[in-house]
Design a protein around this ligand. Structure first.
Ligand code: BT5
Length: 237
């Protein structure tokens, strides 16, 4: 099958945010275009949070034109990152909805944005050889830290692009069941007591499932609750 992801590559020394860049060009480039920057000066997480993006890390955004936009697109990114780390001998897991963790620390984050019916931008930040932000202390890690040596950034990039192509192919073919079950297998939250924090509300319960729509199912004292909103924060208790 012809590859979609990486059909066109845009490689920048510096970007404010590759997601912003990708959104600006989305309508004029083919699906699968990847924008990658050596460093970002205004890397973003969800809700405008800052994403530290010094040189040495992998900061990229993919322009997609999917027939539908839903939380499983974020899973495509998360699964591709987990597989990529595994290709380099690192065992990781997904912290629903959009983080990849290694040994209790965040190594990657995913940010999906877009305009319904037009395009989606899947942004991925993966700490590779970069120093992790000091203020995050023991909350974050990198491939270099885990492996005790630097790895080739371009090898990590090409591996990740290949893995994104694989999982996005399943998404396009409507194989949501496989995506969700892979995500569940690699999830680090199932069976754990967690707190979900939305803007004004907090919800405590046991994470028991991720359903086929990508929603987190919590068992709370008041019964089962589905959390679909991709902007919530999840903390372990
Ligand atoms: C995310 O947001 O985890 C999504 C991050 C997406 C970054 C990519 S890089 C390429 C593309 N272009 C962009 O501008 N963004 C995407 P969220 O779940 O909101 O997490 C943000 C939080 O992660 C911050 O508040 C920090 O606590 C933490 N953080 C910031 N930089 C980090 C880093 N380099 N490594 C680990 N954690 C970090």
């Amino acid at each position: 099958m012809e590859r979609i992801i990486g059909r066109k590559l845009i490689i920048l020394d510096e970007a404010g945010s590759t997601n912003e860049y990708a959104k600006r060009i989305a309508q004029n480039v083919p699906e699968g275009t990847v924008v990658v920057a050596k460093r970002q000066t205004a890397g973003r997480g969800r809700k405008g949070r800052r994403w530290e993006s010094p040189e040495g890390g992998l900061w990229l955004s993919v322009v997609l034109k999917p027939p539908r936009v839903d939380p499983r697109l974020v899973f495509v990114g998360a699964l591709a990152v987990v597989d990529t780390l595994s290709n380099f001998g690192i065992h990781s897991g997904v912290k629903w909805p959009n983080d990849v963790w290694v040994s209790g620390r965040k190594i990657a984050g995913i940010l999906a944005e877009g305009k319904a019916g037009e395009y989606a931008v899947l942004g991925i930040g993966l700490n590779v050889n970069n120093d992790v932000p000091e203020e995050l202390g023991k909350m974050a890690t990198s491939m270099r830290e885990i492996l005790g040596r630097e790895v080739s950034l371009s090898e990590v990039f090409h591996t990740l692009v290949g893995n994104l192509d694989h999982w996005y192919g399943l998404f396009l073919n409507g194989r949501d069941g496989e995506i969700v079950s892979a995500l569940k297998e690699r999830s680090i939250i199932l069976g754990k007591e967690v707190k979900i924090i939305d803007d004004e509300t907090e919800l405590v319960g046991r994470a028991v499932d991720i359903d086929v729509d990508g929603a987190l199912v919590l068992e709370t004292p008041g019964g089962r609750v589905r959390v679909l909103h991709g902007d919530v924060s999840l903390r372990f208790l």
